[in-house]
Ligand binder design. Structure first.
Ligand code: SAM
Length: 295
């Protein structure tokens, strides 16, 4: 554990968080969800438990304003008390995957870590193919954590083709705001169409505009949820649905940047999600008396 700690501290490659006012809260939520999920998945004897992080980053994030360094999602998932049996990490930037590989090499779970450099929309296919080899006894959790609109709907649908695959999706409200207006007026296929999977989001957008709704994204998320429901996620929960705030806001404009969504095909998954998010809102005692390790 000391070696793991030392190597993780020495590396300097870090992601610059996009002004995460609530970065720590976001990270602790991700950590709790991965932790609770892995614990829950552990209950199934002999099961393969995979964690798939398609935009893993270098393993650490630096908060721009404060220079505070937070563990990124792959290291959070690696440091749960009930580790997964397999970790698939992907990032487009080789600098990130190299730094992540070094950080992971000192982890007690390093033999279970598979790191790939490439576009998540391409890499997902190989990873799902591998998971499907043991599909009947695998329980899986995938995390999509975009900067903009990178994960296309086809990627979500490919993940959803695995029978037992829970999803955590960081819905990119800020990224969408940058593209929605232009995409509405474009006759061709746009990045927004690829993100939502078809052009149906335009109806939600127009209805929301026509009614002068203050938050367009409630409708757009509803549309996204309906797409998830169509591929087997009967209920989709979001952190702010249970009274919580969006997990990241823009510092200058205080505008939400991301909203965390959780989709499970199993009702137990929702029970855990609700428990995890409720802790933040009501300041209840920690569900589990553990905190992520600091490296
Ligand atoms: C918001 S950061 C992820 C942070 C990470 N999940 C964490 O919690 O520390 C987004 C990452 O996606 C990567 N990325 C951007 N486009 C990508 C793509 N098409 N496929 C895979 N990774 C991509 C970036 O290099 C960046 O590291």
């Amino acid at each position: 554990m000391t070696l793991w700690k030392t190597i993780c501290s020495r590396l300097t490659t870090v992601c610059r968080c996009a002004q995460p006012v609530c970065g720590l809260k976001r990270n602790s939520t991700i950590w709790l969800v991965t932790s609770v999920s892995s614990r829950h998945l552990c209950d199934s004897v002999g099961a393969i438990r995979n964690y798939v992080d398609l935009q893993a980053g270098p393993g650490k994030n630096k908060v721009r304003e404060t220079d505070e360094v937070l563990l990124g999602s792959p290291l959070l998932a690696l440091t749960t008390s009930h580790p997964f049996t397999g970790y698939f990490f992907v990032d487009l930037a080789s600098e990130n995957t190299q730094a992540l590989a070094q950080r992971c090499s000192a982890s007690p779970q390093c033999q279970q870590v598979d790191i790939r450099t490439g576009d998540c929309n391409i890499m997902v296919d190989q990873i799902v193919t591998e998971i499907k080899r043991d599909e009947h006894r695998s329980l899986n959790l995938a995390f999509l954590d975009p900067e903009g609109l990178e994960p296309k709907w086809a990627t979500v649908a490919r993940l959803a083709s695995v029978q037992r695959m829970d999803l955590i999706i960081n819905y990119p409200e800020g990224g969408l705001n940058r593209f929605l207006g232009r995409a509405m007026n474009s006759p061709g296929q746009t990045a927004v169409d690829e993100f939502f999977g078809d052009r149906g989001w335009r109806v939600a957008y127009q209805e929301s505009q026509a009614q002068g709704e203050p938050n367009l994204h409630w409708r757009l998320i509803e549309f996204y949820e309906s797409r998830l429901q169509a591929v087997g996620y009967k209920e989709v929960l979001r952190a702010d649905e249970v009274g919580d705030e969006p997990l990241m806001r823009n510092v200058e404009k205080n505008a939400p940047l991301y909203r965390l969504l959780f989709a499970s095909k199993h009702p137990l998954g929702h029970k855990f999600w609700t428990a995890v998010t409720r802790r933040d809102i009501h300041g209840q005692q920690l569900l589990f008396r553990e905190t992520p390790l600091q490296y």
